[in-house]
Design a protein around this ligand. Sequence first.
Ligand code: NAP
Length: 290
Amino acid sequence: MDTKLKVAVLGTGIMGAAMARNLLRAGHEVSVWNRDAAKTEPLAAEGARRAASPADAVEAAGLVLTMLYDAAAVQEVMRAAAPGLRPGTAWVQSTTVGIPDVPALAGLARELGLDLVEAPVSGTRAPAEAGQLLVLAAGRGDVRPRVAPVLDAIGARTIWTGQDPAEGSATRLKLVVNSWVIAASNAAGEVVALAEALGVDPQQFLGVIDGGGLDLPYLRTKMGLILDGELEPASFAVDTARKDAHLIVDAAAEKGLKLDGAEAYAARLDRVAEQGRGKQDMAAAYYAGR
Ligand code: NAP
């Protein structure tokens, strides 16, 4: 069976560009569209077709991959793509969205005659660039083999969470994972800020936890970005993390659960965004206490 597909990638930001690159490396025919067209330029040099509009990008595509900021952007872009879409096209929706957004996107897929696979991803810039994301996916059994070549190109592994993408099982798992990511990243910033305020060398702190149960590669990565002043280019930007932090707080509240930590992390990310750090890595939440 020929597993080379015509794939349209809508959204070539940090994650979408890396995914498009890995699809090209895997030999797929890739068309790309991004609101800021400059971001598709480097992909053209690697063999992607730069589309003038979402409708142009999806023309003749057998599979559409969306990797946009949020659900509103997905709705807007997919509606703009509608004139070029053929019924029966597979739609891999990887943007991180809220739980109530999932049935709405499933409704849009039905309206457009698309076979939706809900496919948020775990992993950031480096794993995305290496094609090593973890894909959390929900979709019908008969659609899975059609999207497998794409999921295999962008990820190291796919965890199937359910058959019906409208139920949001993949998004629920994704938000749980991100609650940990956002907590750990914020905690890294607070550890550095507290150490500095108390006159403790952050390296001394790392020496204490070295190799023990409290040690964590992710903590070291985020602390390193803060201490080395390498908050740009972001792996996971403040603006994106605050969007996700609010999705987590809202998802919990909907279930009658108050997440004080997540609320505080969302507020810290909002605060540094107001300081003009929205495009920096979310480790910039370190500056929220000032
Ligand atoms: P990003 O670099 O900021 O990319 C966001 C993309 O959305 C850009 O292509 C942007 O276009 C586009 N966009 C935003 N609003 C739009 C609108 N109204 N209409 C059309 N396009 C719009 O962010 P990212 O890090 O790649 O994240 C993309 C998605 O993946 C998010 O849902 C995020 O939560 C999720 N995610 C991110 C990570 C990570 O570590 N970075 C990990 C897992 C999942 P412009 O370039 O024109 O602004």
